[in-house]
Every structure is written in structure tokens, then in C-alpha cells.
Design a binder for this molecule. Structure first.
Ligand SMILES: Nc1ncnc2c1ncn2[C@@H]1O[C@H](COP(=O)(O)OP(=O)(O)OP(=O)(O)O)[C@@H](O)[C@H]1O
Length: 256
């Protein structure tokens, strides 16, 4: 199956606001992302998960405009087209514990309306890419937390999405798996727009071509991991250059 050509920007967000009662989880956020691996960093409550949920089309904006693959999400007909081209690993995902890994990934392939003839091969490939081939027929309830996370990543990539949204994908992965996972991200990011929300700045430094730092529902920094690290030159706290950059940018934003 060949992926359709992507016209325009993969992700285009303008003035995105999401309110929960009086609190703004996102507050006029602007963002443009194309192919590549993009890290999304920010402190607790910055709005990362809210942004991921809007981009995954499971939450609606209060105001503002979001276009994915050139389709405006306010257009109901476009939603179906876009959803086929998306992969999404939520921060917390539900599953039937009696499903095997293969059944679980297959189920998502059907939900994404993949042509039936392509499903078995795509499922096997996705399971292999996350290193679960030897567990493909194991029930989900028998997997460790990290393996379950990897099964979640497999369902997200089964349709070779044009946009892949991963909310804290490395939570629970052991160090060796995290190294493999970064390699997987880099290979997917060659022609896919991958957005990874995480607290692990070392994953961002190692795997991401670009990083977006959110605070208070807005973007406060956008650049390469090296550029973020550059903001930490001097006295800011942190154990690595990128941690120091992260801390320095947040402090400067809070002092505004
Ligand atoms: N369903 C909800 N109802 C009310 N407030 C919410 C809801 N979901 C999120 N919020 C609020 O919106 C803000 C942003 O939350 P969000 O989960 O998007 O942040 P985050 O950056 O993902 O945080 P974390 O790093 O802790 O996962 C927070 O103030 C949060 O309390």
C-alpha cells in the first residue's frame, strides 16, 4: 500500500485554545510541524496531553484552527480521511486483557480501515518493529508494563501513519528498549511527522530533530535540541546541557 502524498504542512495549529471551565489548558497555541521526530516537552500541566488529544481528534478545541495533512479538523468529512492516516499512543490506554498482542494490533488496523489484504503483514511488521515478535500470541494481561507500552506503540504504527502522536511512549521501558525505541523513532521520522510528548529530555536529545517546549498552554521555545541546550550556558540548574537549557527557558518564561 502506498501512502498518499502529503500536501502542505503535516500539522498546522493556529491560536488553539482548550478550556476546562475557567482554566485554559491550551492558550492560543501556534505550531507547524513537518516530517521528522519532534519532541514535546513541558512541566506537569503545560498542556502536552491536551494538545496530543486535539491532534488525535479525540478532544475538540474551544477556539482556534487545526489542520492535519492539509485538512481542517472542523470539517467532519475530513476527519475520517485524517484518522486513517494517524497513529496515536495515548498516555493511558484501555485494552481487553484477553486479547493477544496480535489481536490487539489487528483490532486497531480494522479501526483504521486498512484494506483487509494488507492487515496480516502490517500487523506482523508492526509487532516485529517494537520487538514483540516472540510474544505475538501472548495475552495482554500476561505482559509487563513495558511490553504493554510496546504493544501500544505497535497499534499506533500499524497503518504506517503520516502523523504519529506518542504520549510518554518510553514510560516503563527498560534502558535497552529505550535505545531501540529511539532508533525506531529515527527510522519512522524520515518521512513521517512524529510528535513525542515526554519528560525524558535525554530521549529528546538523542532521538529528536526538533523540540517544542510548552508552558502554560503556549509554546515558549521551538528549535533543535542543541539550540535548547544553548539556552543553558551559564548558571542554570540541570545535569546535562539540554536539562540546563530546559530549566533556563522555563525560568525566563515564568519571570516574564
Ligand atoms: N479533563 C480535564 N478536566 C479539567 N482540567 C483538565 C482536564 N484535563 C487537563 N486539565 C487541566 O489542563 C491543564 C493541562 O493538562 P495536560 O494533561 O494537558 O498537561 P500535561 O502537560 O500533559 O501534564 P503532565 O506532564 O502532568 O502529563 C492542567 O492544568 C490540567 O489540570
Amino acid at each position: 500500500m502506498t501512502a498518499p502524498t502529503v500536501l502542505g504542512t503535516h500539522i498546522e495549529v493556529r491560536g488553539l485554545t482548550v478550556r476546562y471551565k475557567k482554566r485554559a489548558a491550551l492558550d492560543g497555541l501556534d505550531l507547524d510541524l513537518d516530517a521528522g521526530v519532534h519532541g514535546l516537552l513541558g512541566p506537569n500541566g503545560a498542556g502536552k496531553t491536551t494538545l496530543m488529544r486535539v491532534l488525535a481528534t479525540v478532544a475538540k478545541p474551544t477556539s482556534g484552527r487545526v489542520a492535519l495533512l492539509g485538512h481542517d479538523l472542523s470539517d467532519q468529512r475530513a476527519l475520517r480521511v485524517v484518522r486513517r492516516r494517524l497513529g496515536y499512543l495515548p498516555q493511558h490506554f484501555g485494552y481487553y486483557p484477553r486479547f493477544t498482542v496480535r489481536e490487539f494490533v489487528e483490532y486497531f488496523a480494522w479501526l483504521k480501515e486498512m484494506p483487509g489484504s494488507t492487515v496480516p503483514l502490517a500487523v506482523d511488521h508492526a509487532i516485529e518493529r517494537v520487538g514483540l515478535a516472540d510474544r505475538a500470541d501472548e495475552r495482554l494481561k500476561r505482559l509487563s508494563g513495558g511490553m504493554l507500552r510496546r504493544a501500544g506503540i505497535a497499534q499506533a504504527i500499524v497503518n504506517s501513519p503520516d502523523i504519529l502522536l506518542l504520549d510518554e511512549p518510553t514510560a516503563g521501558l527498560d534502558p535497552e528498549q529505550r535505545v531501540d525505541f529511539r532508533q525506531l523513532l529515527r527510522s519512522i521520522g524520515v518521512d513521517t511527522c512524529v510528535l513525542v510528548a515526554t519528560h525524558l529530555v535525554e530521549d529528546v536529545a538523542a532521538a529528536c530533530s526538533e523540540v517544542t517546549l510548552a508552558n502554560g498552554g503556549r509554546v515558549v521555545f521551538r528549535g533543535t535540541p542543541d539550540e535548547l541546550a544553548g539556552h543553558g550556558d551559564g548558571a542554570a540548574d540541570g545535569d546535562s546541557p539540554i536539562e540546563r537549557g530546559y530549566t533556563a527557558v522555563l525560568r525566563a518564561d515564568r519571570a516574564r
